[in-house]
Design a protein around this ligand. Sequence first.
Ligand code: NDP
Length: 340
Amino acid sequence: MSAKIYYDSDADLGLLKDQKIVFLGYGNQGSAQAQNLRDSGIPNDSILVANREDSYAEDAKSKGFHVEHDFPTAAAQADVLFLLIPDQVQPRVFNEEFAPHLKDSAVIVIASGYNVFYKLLNFKPSQDVVMVAPRMIGSSVRSLYEKGKGFPCFVSVEQDGSGNGLTIALALSKAIGATKAGAIASSAREETAMDLFAEQALWPQIIMLFREAFSILKEAGCSDEALCYEMWMSKEPAEIFERAAEEGFIAQLKHHSTVSQFGQLSGALALNGDATREHFKNILYNQVLNGKFCKEFSKIEADLEKDGPENPLNELYRKSEQSELGQAEKRVRERLSGLL
Ligand code: NDP
């Protein structure tokens, strides 16, 4: 299955002429995308940053942007609204302070599929909802643009109220620099499925594999210091993934010794993935795509603001740090603090 890829030549910046473009949020993505858009030739007077009165707002002002602290006032002006505040606060802020004041013809731009896939935002049928989702942190979105390079990005139309959703999505993608290297046609469903799958299926397995590997090797007499360095502190895993991105997931193995290449390839081929496939499918279909996680997460969301053990995330950290790996790393870091 191959996806369509859109380039600068597929997009027309002229569609953004005389459009008031409002950025709700001037954080990680908001600051990078607003600056890229302005540097692409969108006049400063056509851009408005909506932000509470604090350091983010000050930062936007220091970069010369017009800033509005009153959200309903900002909403009423928006022809295009970039929704760039954290996902967990979007439903409340958007539904209560923006949605009632937006024009019927407004274009709403999301940078993550979560709230749209799970239908947590209230749009009017006449509005366009498009996804322009960089696959990079904001500082890279900005620095790559400044270097004249593109960055990976997903683009989709989630609601085509105007009938022109795709052309406007592509114009906005081009304006933030996302079509330079090619923006990949995707969807809120695809983006959410891949994101949450990685977070809830793939990375938990990787954490578990490191935890168990650490424990077995420690049992066999390996020292905490040697294990921490061997397994991650040397940054070897980071280098492997960097080479995988640059040269190929399998091809990067050629940088390793022959013994290592033989061990890794024969070992991986000998593993039966059936049980893991079943586990992965269960997470994907019965936790992510069916909305179960989203429903359960929304119940504990308010507790994540609390301090101490009442915050479920603090509890998860506490338990994870109690593992052999967590305890050993703490000791090693204290002892080797001069070297790290
Ligand atoms: P940030 O955490 O950087 O957002 C900070 C901004 O949100 C600030 O302007 C902050 O202003 C505002 N904000 C925070 N809480 C509130 C609130 N309760 N009410 C109003 N404004 C608030 O967000 P990101 O840039 O990381 O994420 C924005 C979107 O981009 C998300 O959908 C995310 O999934 C997506 N995304 C993020 C990536 C990343 O690298 N982080 C990568 C790709 C997509 P203040 O607190 O002053 O009000």
